[in-house]
Design a protein around this ligand. Structure first.
Ligand SMILES: [Zn+2]
Length: 167
């Protein structure tokens, strides 16, 4: 059985314990952008925040892409979140390889040149990268100036966050 089939079988039982109160209109208070890495899956709990308070936006590498910015604009302008955290982490998979080399090897393997992704957004310095992603969000004219946008590095060994300052 595939993992998806196992998960569907589990859902048939586990959904019995589902609390219908979760179906109310969402009213998150904060947006968090973080990595898809499974080690980040518990970050909301480690921040002591209730799930209901958090709009969690994830992609591989904590990249402030056009789509992440789209989500943040909706989160702050439509859903009413009032603060934004960008949480990158050490030992990220995106610092373990070169995006350009991956693209080149995929072009060779498949014989195809593609328009997307434009970049894999690999990086070498997690603090510099966090600063860059934070600045990309902060500088967007549709993210209101009174919404704090703060960047952090999550340490996968300790579970602690360190803030990355803007300069
Ligand atoms: Zn990562």
């Amino acid at each position: 059985m595939s993992i998806i089939d196992e998960a569907l079988a589990a859902n048939r039982t586990l959904a019995d314990g589902y609390d219908p109160a979760h179906s109310g209109r969402p009213a998150p208070k904060i947006a968090i952008v973080t990595c898809a890495d499974p080690r980040l899956s518990g970050v909301v709990r480690l921040l002591g925040l209730p799930d209901a308070d958090v709009d969690l936006i994830r992609n591989v590498g904590t990249v402030a892409t056009s789509d992440v910015v789209r989500s943040l604009i909706i989160s702050t302008r439509v859903l009413g979140t009032r603060e934004i955290m960008i949480i990158n982490h050490n030992e990220c998979g995106l610092s373990a390889f070169s995006g350009d080399e991956l693209a080149e090897s995929l072009r060779r393997e498949t014989g195809r040149v593609t328009v997307a992704p434009e970049s894999f957004f690999s990086f070498t310095d997690v603090e510099d990268n966090t600063r860059l992603q934070t600045q990309k969000v902060r500088s967007h004219p549709w993210i209101a100036a009174d919404i704090p946008v703060r960047g952090f590095v999550f340490d996968v060994h300790t579970g602690r966050l360190a803030e990355v300052t803007s300069d």
